[in-house]
Design a protein around this ligand. Sequence first.
Ligand code: NHR
Ligand code: GAR
Length: 201
Amino acid sequence: MNRRLGILISGRGSNLQAIIDAIAAGRLEATIGVVLSNRPGAAGLERARAAGIEAVCVDPSPSASRHEYDAALVRELQARRIDLVCLAGFMRLLGPTFIDAFPHRILNIHPSLLPAFPGLHAQRQAIEHGVRISGATVHLVDADLDAGPIVLQAAVPVLADDTEETLAARILAEEHRIYPEAIGIVLGGGWSIAGRRFVRS
Ligand code: NHR
Ligand code: GAR
C-alpha cells in the first residue's frame, strides 16, 4: 500500500530533500502527494518541483483567522488524499481545525531533545542554557506545542566552541537520518499511543 505524504515547509527544505532522497533510494516506501508552504519564497518549493512533486504556497494573508488558514491547508491536503502530514521546518502554529482533521497523522521534527527547548530557536536555547548534549526529536503533533508522543530521537554533543550555526548543522545531519526512518515506522503501523508514549508492538 503506497501511502501519500503531505509535507509542510516554510524555508530551505533540507528535511524535505532527505525524504525525497530516502524514497528515491528505496529506503522509504511512500509517495509525496504535495508540498505546501506558508511562504512564497521558500526554497523548498523549488526543490519539490525539481523532483516532479506538486508544490503550492498557501498564503496566510487572505485568511482572517487561524481557523480559516488551517481550513485552507486541510482542503489542499484532503483534495490530494494525503495519509500522513510531515512538518519539515514549518514555522506556523497549527490550531484544532488542523490537528482534528488528521488525528495521530501529523509528524514534526524539532532541533532539540524534547521536552527541552520547545518553540523557536531551539539550538540557540541549548547553547545559552549550557547543555552538553542536544539533538533532534520526531514526534506526533497534538494540540500542545512540541509536546506530542515521541517517535525517535538522536543525540549530538554540544562542543565548547559551538555557535548556533555549527550546532544546528550537527543536529541537521541527524534530522536527515531520523526523519525518513520515523516516517517509515509510523506508516508501517503496529504501534499505539499509551498516555504520553508512542509504543511499538
Ligand atoms: N502546531 C501544533 N499544534 N503542535 C505542534 O507541536 C506544532 C505545531 C506547529 C508547528 C513546529 C514547531 C517546532 O517544532 C510546529 C509544531 C512554529 C512556532 C511558532 O511560534 C513554534 C514551533 C514550531 C513552529 N511560530 C510563530 C506563530 O505565531 C511564528 C514564528 C515565525 O513566523 O517565525 O505561528 O518548534
Ligand atoms: C530544521 O532544523 C527543523 O528541525 C527546524 O527548522 C529547520 C528546517 O530546516 N524546525 C523548527 O525549528 C521548528 N520550530 P529545513 O527547511 O532545511 O528542513
